[in-house]
Design a protein. Structure first.
Length: 184
């Protein structure tokens, strides 16, 4: 059974009647832009069985940025809600297209996945250019990055993401993700 979807307008109506809005994106994405009434309960945390903070009886409306993650995780999300459960059709993107307000903090760092893409792509590009201009040995750099990305995809562990998480711009205290997130 899949969860029923709600339009942004129908979601507003359900929220007015006591439903709870749950953002299933990681805290870094939630901190950057979110629907004001939402709490953060990342999909990976819910998959581990951590349901802390989810309301025991209220209707729950799950959303992500575009709706893809919530649709793909619908079976899991359905088991997380004690009462009625829905998906915001089109996610945060549809909410914004409907002209509904969001809270945005452009001072928050880019999402970690985008940071990894930028750094990995830059290293591949630099290694390729250096190999063409200086020495073919520089092709080892894009090869190393490619191997790291394959390993990350297969294992679920990304060393580059771990390094980037420790960078000063990703270590802000008191951000919205920490204060509004469901505690783990």
């Amino acid at each position: 059974m899949s969860l029923p979807t709600l339009t942004p307008e129908a979601t507003l109506d359900r929220l007015a009647r006591g439903a709870v809005l749950v953002d299933v994106r990681p805290p870094d994405e939630f901190a950057r832009e979110r629907i004001a009434q939402a709490c953060c309960a990342p999909l990976d945390r819910l998959a581990r069985g951590d349901r802390a903070g989810l309301p025991p009886g209220a209707a729950v409306i799950f959303y992500c940025r575009s709706g893809n993650r919530t649709r793909m995780g619908a079976a899991l999300l359905e088991t997380c809600a004690a009462g009625e459960a829905y998906i915001l059709d089109g996610g945060l993107d549809a909410w914004k297209r409907a002209g509904l307000p969001v809270q945005a903090d452009p001072g928050q760092p880019l999402e970690l996945s985008r940071q990894v893409q930028i750094v990995a792509g830059s290293l591949v590009l630099a290694g390729t250019i250096a190999s063409a201009l200086l020495s073919p040995w520089f092709l080892l750099l894009p090869g190393f990055v490619g191997a790291g990305l394959v390993f990350a995809g297969v294992s679920g562990f990304c060393g580059l993401a771990r390094v980037l998480m420790r960078m000063p711009w990703n270590r802000r205290s008191g951000d919205a993700a920490t204060s509004a997130s469901v505690q783990s």
